[in-house]
Design a protein around this ligand. Sequence first.
Ligand code: AN7
Length: 361
Amino acid sequence: MSLQPSRISAPWRGVIAHYRERITLTSSVPPVTLLEGNTPLIPAPALAAILGGGFELYLKYEGLNPTGSFKDRGMTAAMTQAVADGARAVICASTGNTAASAAAYAARAGLKCVVLVPDGKIAAGKLAGALSYGAQVISINGSFDDGLRMVREATQRAPIALVNSINPARLQGQKTAAFEVCDVLGDAPDWLCLPVGNAGNITAYWLGFQEYFNDHVVSNRPQLLGAQAAGSAPIVLGHVVEHPETIATAIRIGNPARWHEAATALEESDGQIYAVSDDEILHAYQLVARHEGVFCEPSSAAGLAGLAKALREGKINLHGKRVVAVLTGHGLKDPDTAIRLSATPQIIEPKIEALLARLDL
Ligand code: AN7
């Protein structure tokens, strides 16, 4: 009997090391990494049945990244590039997840990090993360869109690097999620659905799928199904939303920076984009937790809400198809929404009879 630990596979070294030859960075410095990526693609047969059945559904659970969202894929690349460029400080505007991710990777790289967030509109777990990783957190009396405008100008006027997804390195990191989906399925899925906010992620997925397809790694490309919150749906409406509102604060964005690229991805993939109400988002959010045991943040469920809407309205035929829903962030990011939506725990005396009387079996 061997006393060596059994190695089931080579250790995971993060998305830059794993997909090195596919990631275009102008640097040769060692990656700034927290070993992000390699997130599970979880089959969701119960949810597929609830949505009408007849297709395979998988959840790309991005909440299992080191800071709890898909942003870590892009941030490893952006922070590596910043270090290579000799930056001393980084800045971003954020609805929360980018802030937490930037803060963590900056801590790892030894860089100063400044994040701008909309005051009162960021979920508790994201603020807790950004503060704990030691970022300078600045709350603005305005929206994410105001913050993005301000950080763009700040990088013109002060020696600080921008790590929002208008930074092309971010997309290089984030496209690895598309590679992973294909690597696990053995080909591209038929549909990929995801929430759309600033539109960096849909742009990055399309980049990844195109690249695998063009290099003949896969034989097809998925159709993309995007979803925006109804109160923050500029791409669906075709105009900027001045005062975006939604309970899904991660995607409370009225003027997406990658709007044009998202429109191109939707067009080239023969995709669809939907506006989903807060009620529809919260319904999908509860369904996936209660029927699959997968807890995502409300915004992450918007893609599933969009899928449900497309099916309900007969806009899509999924018979025999393989569908991937990207769950972009972890449910623990937003404990307040989770608790507010649920029944209050029952309080009893510490007596067995009191417990047995409450068991409703
Ligand atoms: C959980 O953190 O924009 O369309 O500043 O946190 O690429 O913007 C977050 C966006 C979806 C939308 N799901 O992705 C930010 C930020 C979650 C998110 C999106 C976000 P993009």
